[in-house]
Design a protein around this ligand. Structure first.
Ligand code: NAD
Length: 428
């Protein structure tokens, strides 16, 4: 049993905290958002993640919530930093939260601590964290800094924590290695121990590689459209090659979410700062932006004049099983269509509450059928399971025009065309 402090109780911090508590550790979750801490104390979660509420409830006796870093750090041996590292306007990672937290940790250290960066950070951040703590520490107390990047996926975060493909531990001392390998001992997964810089690079390189795969398949999808080939078959054929693998080969509206866009930007930026022009990543980002324009063009091709047409958007989150709309392609695409005068009706099983803060003049609907009623076109943006079993005969009856734009290629085009729909997928 370890005493753990998690600083930053967001998607990563809360999941990590609840899962470490489930493994028998005593965990203090800290956040400077006082409202969030108050909610957590009342058992209200600030976001939707399947199974998280139940896991927190189950481990109440081992989990506590506070807005005081001092309180959390003093009572813990291991301190995880899980604050946000958003993009600045120039694409670089904004590490001000990490710096602030490192300074506060330094002021609160009362005995040996292992400070672990779990937030996604550019290479060499560990050195800066160490330097910041050294500069601000009041007493002469021993501490270590380590990197333990997080790979969980929203929507399946708890399963990813307990069954990860690998655990990466970047350390400088044997003591830090021992503490972290013991902490992760109950989890059956390969543990790769590296230096801190390599661990930091593993995270940026992994996310950038996955984003590259998505942009690559989207580029191939565009060629498929030019020649009348089917991207789903091309991807299937490519994916059967074990060297390539079938994951992340789904053509669509481009990647979104709080990680890929910002991590590609940050990796490009830090590489440039270090003296290497990682142009490949620039192209990955460019293809991703173009892909959103391609979806808008599909809507225009289908509707001709977009102004005053009613578009029913199904799905607002950047992927299914989450309410996260950060950098969701749906949000950008809706905003562009609104600029062209379209009237938007929308439905998402979980993400409507968050969308209301960023998308105005949208008619939010209680279910799929109220969204599509009287619409001129359906735009499916997220592949929620609920959308896979739509009664299209009913939909056709209640729509104004049976036009369907399937940006996730989840439907069978032949069936829909047979039913009388105008069907447009991506790359087929
Ligand atoms: P988030 O925005 O959901 O959570 C960050 C939390 O940190 C917020 O609750 C915020 O209030 C808190 N915070 C900010 N400054 C603070 C401070 N000074 N003291 C205490 N709390 C503070 O972000 P997230 O999605 O959990 O991501 C956190 C990090 O993990 C990022 O670097 C991200 O790239 C990385 N990551 C995210 C995911 C994911 O799927 N969300 C997956 C892997 C890695």
């Amino acid at each position: 049993m370890k005493n753990i402090c998690i600083i930053g109780s967001g998607y990563v911090g809360l999941v990590t905290g609840a899962c470490f508590a489930e493994l028998g550790n005593k965990v203090i979750c800290v956040d400077n958002d006082v409202k969030k801490i108050k909610m957590l104390k009342k058992n209200i979660l600030p976001f939707y993640e399947p199974g998280l509420k139940e896991l927190i409830n189950k481990n109440r006796s081992k989990l506590s919530f506070t807005s005081s870093i001092k309180d959390g750090v003093e009572k813990s041996e291991i301190v995880f930093i899980t604050v946000g590292t958003p993009s600045r306007d120039d694409g670089s990672a904004d590490l001000s939260c990490v710096e602030r937290v490192a300074t506060e940790i330094a002021h609160s250290i009362n005995n040996y601590k292992l400070i672990v960066e779990k937030s996604t950070v550019p290479v060499e951040t560990g050195e800066k964290v160490k330097y910041t703590i050294k500069r601000n520490i009041v007493k002469k107390i021993e501490f270590d800094v380590a990197s333990n990047p997080e790979f969980l996926r929203e929507g399946q975060a708890i399963n990813d924590f307990f069954h990860p493909d690998r655990i990466i531990i970047g350390v400088e001392t044997k003591k830090a290695e021992k503490i972290l390998t013991e902490l992760y001992k109950p989890i059956c997964a390969p543990i790769l121990v590296t230096d801190i810089k390599s661990a930091e690079l593993i995270k940026h390189a992994s996310n950038s590689f996955l984003a590259t795969k998505i942009s690559f398949i989207n580029a191939v999808a565009n060629i498929c459209e030019l020649v009348g080939a089917d991207i789903t078959k091309v991807a299937e054929g490519m994916g059967l090659d074990s060297r390539i693998g079938k994951s992340f080969l789904n053509a669509g509206p481009g990647f979104g979410g709080s990680c890929f866009p910002k991590d590609v930007d940050a990796f490009y930026w830090i590489s440039k700062k270090l003296g290497y022009d990682f142009n490949l990543l620039y192209e990955v980002k460019k293809i991703n932006e173009t892909q959103k324009q391609n979806i808008i063009k599909k809507v225009e091709d289908a509707l001709w004049i977009v102004a005053n047409k009613i578009i029913a958007v199904l799905g607002l989150s950047f992927k299914p099983d989450t309410d996260d709309i950060r950098m969701s392609p749906a949000i950008d695409i809706i905003k562009s269509l609104q600029k062209k005068g379209a009237k938007i009706k929308a439905y998402d099983p979980k993400a409507m509450k968050k969308s209301k803060d960023v998308l105005k003049n949208v008619e939010y609907c209680k279910d799929i059928y109220s969204a599509v009623k009287n619409s001129d076109c359906i735009l499916v943006m997220t592949e929620w399971n609920e959308f896979k079993n739509i009664d299209f005969e009913k939909v056709k009856r209640i729509m104004k025009n049976p036009i369907l734009i399937d940006t996730r290629n989840i439907y069978n085009p032949e069936k829909l065309i047979k039913l009388g729909f105008v069907y447009k997928g991506v790359g087929r």
